[in-house]
Write a protein that binds this ligand. Structure first.
Ligand SMILES: Cc1cc2nc3c(=O)[nH]c(=O)nc-3n(C[C@H](O)[C@H](O)[C@H](O)COP(=O)(O)OP(=O)(O)OC[C@H]3O[C@@H](n4cnc5c(N)ncnc54)[C@H](O)[C@@H]3O)c2cc1C
Length: 376
């Protein structure tokens, strides 16, 4: 490939690190790199169905449970949130709302409840009888009991994304470029990036943080198994329930004093976005199952987003084994809001030549090597 030489108007300096993608993961990584003194460019395209804005914002490592070091990473990600929000507030003056009331998991039949109760001791949840549940959340409808997962909760991901973007935009060592990376070239000592606008960028390192679109960047040294999985969402104009509450095939998340978010479907429909009457019916049933008051609440908005889903639902984090100038920060599947800020810290540490504070080995891209896997 021939590239413009230094000084050519089509050649942009990318600084120390170019981040591909301006969702929560890209922005959190950019902010963490800037805090380490790096010069960063974030190339941020806009696509319908971007996950970070569409998400429910749950911080649910106990319900969406991983195993071993991946679970330890998820708990650490959840527990980073209070200080992360506080640090953001110190810089921007805006406090992003964080709910750490715990998450309720409702049980609707005795057999399911019995199975759950027998594993509770090892999972760290607390069993609530129907009476205890009613005392905690009087607006919740009929259930045979519930598990309370203390410590879990939710963040207002829409506000988080806005505040983080504002902070990054105001940081002099970060440049946001509204463009699309079409291809990368890792063969030189310093990697090159080509943009849809025809410009070329060069930097010392690249971070791939393009969510569900990550596999579509040309020039990646390996195929990465990330598939878009659509989730439909709706919001309702009432908040009778204070806790994030799971009810079988969906959940409700109180977001403000008069808005509850209801989610979500898991649909393998490629990059198609939008909502369907069937999807909305499913969500309305979830809301009603949690609370009759929610069932009667006024529908406000409906939308959908594309989760970047890997076969084992864990993200891909860390250096490429053959091209260490490329770092992966993608494939966060159902838990990218939970994992985003800690991902940013760990990937920024790696890119700066430090050892990340947590074990990233469960997330290595090499775990998919040679195995043909089916996306769940
Ligand atoms: C309906 C729904 C509900 C969810 N609920 C939760 C939840 O409750 N809790 C939780 O933890 N997680 C949840 N998730 C998952 C979470 O939203 C994602 O894992 C996370 O947002 C992924 O962040 P990201 O930055 O990698 O991707 P995205 O937010 O999708 O951002 C990727 C960005 O990269 C840009 N891009 C793509 N290609 C290029 C390119 N070539 N060049 C430049 N830019 C590019 C895209 O336009 C986009 O802006 C949910 C997701 C959905 C869809």
């Amino acid at each position: 490939m021939t590239y413009p030489t230094e000084g050519h108007p089509a050649l942009l300096r990318g600084g120390d690190v170019i981040i591909i993608g301006g969702g929560l993961v890209g922005l959190a990584t950019g902010a963490a790199l800037a805090a380490r003194g790096a010069d960063v460019s974030i190339v941020a395209d806009h696509n319908a169905g971007e996950a970070s804005r569409a998400a429910a914002g749950m911080l649910a490592p106990s319900v969406e449970r991983a195993e071993g070091p991946a679970h330890a990473f998820a708990l650490a990600a959840r527990d980073l949130y209070p200080s992360y929000i506080e640090a953001l507030a110190e810089v921007t003056g805006t406090i992003v709302s964080l709910n750490r009331e715990g998450i309720l998991e409702l049980m609707f039949d005795e057999q399911q409840a019995h199975g759950k109760r027998s594993t509770l001791a090892s999972l760290g949840g607390q069993w609530l009888t129907p009476e205890e549940l009613h005392a905690l959340e009087p607006a919740i409808g009929t259930a045979v009991g519930a598990v309370l997962h203390p410590g879990d909760g939710a963040v207002d991901n829409v506000a988080l994304l806005r505040v983080l973007r504002e902070m990054v935009e105001a940081t002099s060592s970060v440049t946001i470029i509204h463009d699309r990376v079409t291809s990368i070239d890792l063969e030189n000592e310093r990697p090159w990036v080509e943009l849809a606008s025809g410009r070329t960028m060069i930097a010392s390192k690249l971070v791939l943080a393009a969510g569900a679109w990550s596999p579509g960047v040309d020039g990646l040294p390996r195929s990465i198994p990330i598939e878009p999985v659509r989730g439909q969402m709706m919001s309702l104009g009432a908040t009778p329930v204070r806790h994030v509450t799971y009810a079988g095939d969906g959940y409700v998340v109180p977001r403000s004093s008069s808005l509850t978010v209801v989610g979500s479907t898991m649909e393998h429909v490629g990059f198609s976005t939008g909502t369907t009457p069937e999807g909305m019916r499913t969500l309305a049933e979830v809301a009603k199952r949690v609370s009759p008051t929610l069932g009667d609440a006024r529908p406000l908005e409906r939308w959908s987003g594309l989760r970047p889903v890997t076969p084992d639902l864990l993200p891909i984090l860390g250096r490429d084994p053959d091209y260490p100038t490329l770092l992966y920060a993608c494939g966060h599947s159902r838990n990218g809001i939970l994992l985003g800020p800690l991902t940013g810290e760990c990937v920024a540490a790696l890119a700066s030549g430090e050892t990340p504070s947590l074990d990233l080995s469960p997330f290595s891209v090499e775990r998919f090597e040679g195995s043909r896997v089916t996306i769940k």
